[in-house]
Ligand binder design. Structure first.
Ligand SMILES: [Zn+2]
Length: 668
């Protein structure tokens, strides 16, 4: 396969608010080790799975094409950069009906479904654009204007989706935008649909569930860098599309290239079952906080008999825990929300839509889908807890649990995104955390030291590799990956270990039904073979998100950036005085910890910094520096100005591209 596309995808990192990954530029095509062929054990595993699943049932394909109106060739969104923002052409290979032998056949089927793109009529006055981004844009025709639900990940894809709609439907203006939840693939394209000026002028109202803004920027300010790096593994943005590379993301085809945007909502839905009439359209909002996102809501349209389940009911097992890392989600609560939606709207819905995947039409089929999704999350939650209470630990629970046959044979409850195994471990994590109660695991040696001792005890790297080769030939890829990980952490330059480890991960990837797992395995293989990709990755903040971050969140992030070593033994007290919000803070550095109290100024402060928050944002975005801002009169410092310089010198700047499948070379 051609390697020329290696590293060419600008990944926005996610369906999950990780659009910060913005990996720019392409690496050289030289010196990359190509993927290998599937091994006999992989061919056998994929063939075996194919026999167990109901491939003759083509209902999903009919559902995904129902109401098709039109599309543009390859759903191409050129954008302004050297490479298209979005191009389905790269995935033409999934059109062949026989799955490639290097792809799990069930995932192949999902990849075909996620390659369908276009404008679709759901029912009279309800439309969806699908396959132009990871997520869907839903468009409701009000009496005088459009109500748009979710605006995709980037302005380019959102603009293209709306243009496609206008090619086929009357050109009514956008009157209302609704964000269903706080993940970036649902709001990042907002500026492709409306401008800030239109919102400021009151031409467009923007509605979101309560707590939207805090949730939208929260996790990727505090833990954004590491999540961005981990998201590269979950979404496989740097993998070239192809049968031995990227085939899908499970929830959609992929993340588009480009940065996301954000405009703050003009109104919050803060009461569940809130009923409103917007431009002649009756809408019932049901809040579902703490389900798939911290801030999320479902939407029901009584006059259309359409139920929009946002991202709580899709055609996959979703994540109680995404492998990019996040706070764990509550499977019991998630199930209960679906149950409540079923009770309230199930007998009044002729079609269920979501902000990913395709609709399901027919009242009985709506109920069937919701019941199975409700029970799938409840099953994972309760059966994991049952086994926990019988003393089983995460790996044991994951290995033991199997879906009931009725759910295992259902396409919508198979694990294309989340998996039963990772979600079972998530339940353990939610209730019991990282420790399995076995004191041998309470304080083991860290990876490198543990690996060195293990390899030494096992008779040295050569002996380990020789035995692992034999196991590889037998198809024991999970163990070979584990063993080679030990050798690589003991001897990162050991080429044979890296290659055998990569080979094992790759076979696991070729067998994985979950697109996220496949991507993780294949990215791991790629990095063992070629090292950490040399792609410049820009920071995790942009002007839109920075503006959305509260002063408290901003200071929390400064605390996270404080390098304890550099702060050792230092103390200072700084007053902060914001001229725009009139907020005041006292910040204290002591014991290598940066704390603050609000609504105060300290009499004994080393210095008082007076400025507008916008100036602080400009400094953060490196559009100016504190000294320049002081000179320009934008910042006033009373007292010992060197203290602020001292503080800035103690802050780390995070780099996204750290080592994952081998020891870290960065210092701390
Ligand atoms: Zn999403």
């Amino acid at each position: 396969m051609s390697r020329t596309q290696y590293g060419s995808r600008r990944s926005i990192g996610s369906a999950a608010a990780l659009a910060l990954t913005i990996v720019t530029g392409a690496t050289s095509a030289h010196g990359q080790v190509a993927p290998k062929a599937p091994e006999p054990a992989t061919l056998a595993a994929n063939a075996e799975l194919a026999k167990t699943l109901p491939f003759a049932n083509r209902e999903d394909f009919e559902d995904a094409m129902r109401g098709f109106i039109g599309t543009t060739p390859d759903a191409l969104v050129p954008g302004t950069g050297p490479r298209p923002v979005w191009n389905m052409k790269a995935y033409d290979f999934v059109k062949q009906s026989e799955p490639a032998d290097s792809v799990n056949p069930s995932l192949w089927r999902q990849a075909q479904l996620n390659a369908i793109h276009g404008l679709f009529e759901v029912t009279d006055r309800v439309y969806q654009v699908r396959g132009f981004d990871m997520a869907n844009m839903t468009i409701i025709e009000g009496d005088t204007a459009l109500i748009i639900i979710d605006t995709l990940s980037t302005p380019d894809t959102a603009r293209a989706a709306l243009e496609l709609y206008y090619q086929h439907r009357p050109k009514k203006p956008v009157g209302t935008v609704i964000y269903t939840h706080s993940h970036a693939d649902h709001f990042g394209g907002i500026k492709g649909v409306i401008s800030e000026a239109e919102v400021a002028a009151g031409k467009v109202q923007l509605l979101a569930p309560a707590g939207f803004m805090e949730a939208a920027v929260g996790e990727f300010i505090i833990a954004g860098t590491v999540m961005s790096r981990r998201a590269q593994f979950q979404f496989g943005g740097l993998l070239p599309p192809g049968p031995r590379g990227h085939v899908d993301a499970g929830l959609g085809k992929a993340g588009p290239r480009g940065a996301f945007t954000l405009i703050a909502p003009t109104g919050a839905i803060d009461q569940s079952m809130d009923r409103r009439v917007i431009d002649g359209v009756e809408i019932v909002f049901k809040l579902v906080p703490g389900s798939e996102a911290p801030s999320e809501m479902l939407i029901y349209f009584p006059q259309f008999r359409v139920l929009d389940m946002a991202e709580d009911v899709t055609h996959t097992i979703h994540n109680l825990y995404p492998i990019r890392g996040a706070e764990v989600r509550d499977g019991n609560l998630w199930s209960r929300y679906i149950s409540e939606a079923l009770e309230t709207f199930g007998d009044k819905s002729d079609v269920v839509i979501a902000q990913h995947h395709w609709p399901v039409a027919g009242q009985a089929r709506v109920v069937n889908l919701l019941k199975k999704q409700r029970d799938m999350y409840k099953f994972i939650n309760d059966q994991s807890l049952r086994l926990m209470n019988e003393g089983y630990t995460p790996a044991e629970i994951a290995e033991t649990l199997r879906m009931p046959a009725s759910l295992e044979q259902e396409w919508s409850t198979r694990g294309y995104y989340g998996t039963l195994r990772q979600n079972a471990k998530a339940v353990y994590q939610k209730y019991l955390g990282w420790y399995d109660a076995n004191p041998a695991n309470l304080d083991p040696l860290p990876p490198v030291e543990s690996a060195r001792k293990s390899v030494e005890y096992m008779g040295g790297a050569e002996a380990v590799i020789a035995r692992a080769r034999a196991d590889f030939a037998k198809g024991e890829y999970r163990w070979v990956a584990t063993a080679m990980n030990q050798v690589v952490f003991a001897e990162p330059a050991n080429r044979a270990a890296r290659e055998l480890g990569a080979d094992a991960l790759e076979q696991l990837g070729f067998q994985a039904e979950s697109a996220a797992w496949r991507n993780a395995y294949l990215v791991g293989a790629m990095e063992l073979r070629n090292g950490v990709p040399k792609v410049p990755a820009v920071g995790t903040v942009n002007p839109d998100t920075l503006r959305a971050v509260s002063n408290e969140q901003y200071f929390d992030f400064l605390g996270v950036r404080l390098n304890a070593g550099k702060a050792e033994g230092k103390t200072m007290v700084l007053n902060w005085n914001f001229t725009d919000s009139k907020q005041q803070f006292v910040m204290t550095l002591e014991h290598s910890a940066l704390t603050y109290v609000t609504g105060k100024q300290a009499a004994n402060a080393d210095a008082t910094v007076t400025l507008a928050r916008g100036t602080l944002n400009a400094v953060t975005l490196q559009q100016t520096t504190f000294p320049d801002a002081v000179k320009a009169g934008l910042v006033k410092i009373d007292g010992d100005g060197r203290k602020l310089d001292d503080l800035l010198a103690m802050l780390d700047t995070f780099k996204v591209m750290f080592e994952v499948v081998e020891p870290k070379t960065l210092g701390h």
